[in-house]
Ligand binder design. Sequence first.
Ligand SMILES: Nc1nc2c(ncn2[C@@H]2O[C@H](COP(=O)(O)OP(=O)(O)OP(=O)(O)O)[C@@H](O)[C@H]2O)c(=O)[nH]1
Ligand SMILES: [Mg+2]
Length: 450
Amino acid sequence: MSDDTIVAIASPPGIGALGIIRLSGPATIDISDRVFRGKQVPSQARDRTALLGEIVSGDGFPIDQVLLTVMRGPHSSTGEDVAEITCHGGAMAPRLVLRRLLGEGARAAEPGEFTKRAFLNGKMDLAQAEAVSDIVRATSEKALGVAVRQLRGELSQRFYDIEHRLLDWLAVIEANIDFVDEDVEVVDNQDLAADLVEIGGRLELLLEGYEQGRYIKDGLDVAIVGKPNVGKSSLFNRLIGKDRVIVSDLPGTTRDVVDALVGVNGLMLRLHDTAGVRQDPDPVGAEAVRRTRLAVEEADIALIVLDLSSPLSSKDLEIVEEVAAKPHLVVANKTDLPERAEVEPLGPAVRVSALKGWGLGGLLEELRKVAHAQVDDLSFEVIVSERHVVSIREAREAVSQAGASLRDGVPLEFVASDIRLALDCVGAITGNTASARVLDEIFSRFCIGK
Ligand SMILES: Nc1nc2c(ncn2[C@@H]2O[C@H](COP(=O)(O)OP(=O)(O)OP(=O)(O)O)[C@@H](O)[C@H]2O)c(=O)[nH]1
Ligand SMILES: [Mg+2]
């Protein structure tokens, strides 16, 4: 338990209806009694009851009208005594209330300090604490859904299951090492080997869940690709709803790959406008085309843009061929002009006019289908944290090392030490074995007041 009491404004700065100030720590109720004036005294009031009254200055002058709720530990969000004060929003009231509380001996909270206390007091594990930050930062419905599930502990449970099984084996192995002559359960090497393979498989599956997590957290990468002048940049601007990149009738307008985020039905897409694919003797143009190829290669989805108003060329077909292996959509642009291209042989194409804004709804709907086809595979537990991935990889490495040692007939001590290493890695995720430095690093990325 901490011995100081922390305070922070938990609502965002700026003009708003309400301001929320949180207090947590041993002096919470004392301080509340000193600064609050209402029909009831906080220390005498029932737990978790919102009290209407005022925060008053040391001389008894009213600072703001508030609702104050005391939540006594350990049954509170941080496990300590907590008070939440809802005052009026805006630039002044929350700040003056905060200043008053600081004047009574509370300390300004560091970023993430409330959540850190919740973690240290056993209210949640580390993966759950990290989910709190992900919830606040979520930019799409899907990302929020994943974070909320993680907060509920669904991801943690996977790690606890693995932890338990490794611990069970470790106990048996260590008994064998320590009491060789005595009557202890002998390690069944085949059983252990099979179990290690199974655990390795589970870790592997979690790693696959990271791909899903990446889509959800960072957005799927969608590269817009095509010949010069087919209208890629026009389409890009339309889809992001902003006049972001230069459009002109000169072929080769776009040189750099430019990206922007768009939300499509609860999913984030990162659209990349690219340079038109062409043979370019100019070194800058050649570099632009090289970058286009790279962007397309790295993209999760390609939007191949064709110009309906002029006959298809071999270049169009080359591009379609180059990209066909990855999830893609063919977009036939410039439907506002007389049609001169035969796009049917290329398969289904979405017809749009980037200039007029026609057909965009249909394009987004098709894009949504392609994107969701990649993300909706819920056989994976979604992993969004780079930190988790590193630990899972290390754990998997250690587990497979343990399996290899077992097969090679290496003494059990070594198998035990690999299992212990795997346990450390899994424990780093749930927080059982996370170092103080790791904790500081994680919580410093939170907002103040969280
Ligand atoms: N009529 C018509 N013109 C269009 C349409 N879309 C784009 N254009 C025009 O086509 C020309 C090229 O458009 P851009 O969006 O710059 O084409 P791009 O594919 O990005 O070209 P590069 O960057 O050079 O590869 C511009 O003059 C646009 O106004 C469309 O749907 N209909
Ligand atoms: Mg362009």
